[in-house]
Design a protein around this ligand. Structure first.
Ligand SMILES: Cc1ncc(COP(=O)(O)O)c(C=O)c1O
Length: 398
């Protein structure tokens, strides 16, 4: 590792020390090289413990009081607010999935014939189908901004295409912060400025970035941010978080659950049916969101991520991958330039003539986990990885 470090640029070399490998906090089996957090994160031991504790609590429901339906979710709201720099935790709600969070968005977005909704090509289905359906219903146009065919300045050109596509007809731009399949980084601040100029909403699926890439709600000012919890937030499956801005304050949620009605804290008065929802964004929370097992797990995970800090996670991932990316490029592989990709998620494209079947076989045999998307391979490291994981990957490729 020392030899490899000597060839790192000074700044990265220094930053490489921002944190040690955190592998001991996880239970990743020995001999496994897990470079696939974009698929699903492994569980932190502390998160496992929180889940088991939550399960045991249900042995005796006498110990579960009315306030327990609200208190841990408040903590989770606060923790996520710190992570994304939201100044009002009451704008954060618990959701069951990204598709759920986006269903609340598309239910309340006002578009009509002639309007335009912009997405990027090959966007994750949960952030495509809701828009597709909305366009079918309203006859608005779904405008898909294609990725460039050429690999020269691919990320830069894709961003330019996105900016150029936004015009007076545009009512919504719905994107990830990074593309889920290859990590292309979208310049959200510029996109936000342009959407403001034309009065369009900006809706972000943060599932493949928030937790490992800094996200600042106050800077980006999205109208909605929706995140699945089981990847970079390191939580369990089936629980995610969403932020809804002012545009949605008086909207209608996709379900009519009791806890989202005003004064639902007063269990004795629940059948004094309420016409009003909880104020603002809180109306969009998923039914049974107090989940006594999953909520403490996600809370524990977010506390740890906040202690690590996404900026340090990026720097750590840059440090452990830098040298290997250099070597890949020397051997004719293509990796997006740093400015236009995440350090935690990026795709590599193979030199012409590579036998992909053989590569897949070798990778599997050596217990390396990455994902394949079309003709590229998606690599997504996190804090439990080390430089030697990349060395193993390279030895399977070369
Ligand atoms: C960008 C992105 N959004 C959302 C999801 C998951 O969506 P859902 O929670 O609707 O299953 C994934 C899963 O891979 C994803 O990569």
């Amino acid at each position: 590792m020392q030899i490899l470090l000597q060839r790192l640029p000074a700044q990265v070399k220094h930053n490489y020390k921002v944190m040690q490998s955190q592998r001991s906090k996880f239970s990743i089996p020995r001999g496994v090289t897990y470079l696939n957090c974009a698929y699903m994160s492994p569980l932190l031991r502390s998160v496992e413990k929180a889940g088991i504790k939550g399960m045991i609590c249900k042995r005796n429901p006498l110990d579960i009081s009315a306030s327990d339906f609200f208190e841990t979710t408040e903590l989770l709201r606060n923790e996520f607010s710190s992570l994304v720099h939201a100044n009002n935790p009451q704008r954060i709600v618990l959701i069951s999935s990204v598709s759920y969070g986006l269903a609340n968005v598309t239910r309340n977005v006002k578009v009509r014939y002639g309007d335009k909704i912009i997405v990027a090509s090959e966007q994750f289905p949960s952030n495509y189908y809701p828009w597709h359906k909305l366009c079918l219903e309203t006859k608005a146009e779904l405008h898909v901004v294609r990725a460039p065919e050429s690999l020269v300045s691919r990320g830069k050109v894709w961003n330019e295409r996105l900016l150029n596509a936004i015009d007076q007809r545009t009512k919504v731009v719905a994107l990830g912060n990074v593309h889920w399949a290859d990590g292309t980084l979208y310049e959200l601040e510029k996109i936000r400025l342009r959407t403001r100029e034309v009065g369009a909403l900006l809706v972000i699926d943060g599932t493949q970035s928030v937790g490992a890439l800094p996200f600042d709600i106050q800077k980006i000012q999205p109208d909605a941010l929706v995140c699945g919890g089981y990847k970079w937030l390191m939580g369990p499956y089936s629980l995610g978080l969403a932020y809804y801005g002012e545009y949605f304050d008086k909207g209608t949620p996709v379900e009519e659950n009791w806890i989202n009605r005003l004064h639902s804290e007063d269990f004795a008065a629940l059948v004094n049916y309420q016409a009003e929802y909880q104020p603002g964004a809180l109306r969009y929370e998923v039914g049974e969101h107090s989940n006594f097992i999953l909520v403490p797990m996600l809370l524990e995970a977010l506390k740890q991520i906040n202690r690590w800090d996404p900026a340090r996670i990026q720097t750590y991932c840059a440090g452990i991958s830098h040298r290997s990316i250099e070597l890949l490029r020397e051997r004719g592989y293509w990796v997006e330039e740093e400015k236009y990709r995440g350090h935690h998620l990026f795709g590599i494209r193979f030199p012409k003539g590579t036998n992909l079947e053989l590569v897949r076989e070798r990778i599997k045999k050596q217990k390396i986990s990455v994902s394949f998307r079309g003709d590229s391979m998606r690599i997504s490291p996190n804090v439990y990885n080390e430089e030697k994981d990349f060395e193993r990957l390279l030895s399977a490729l070369f």
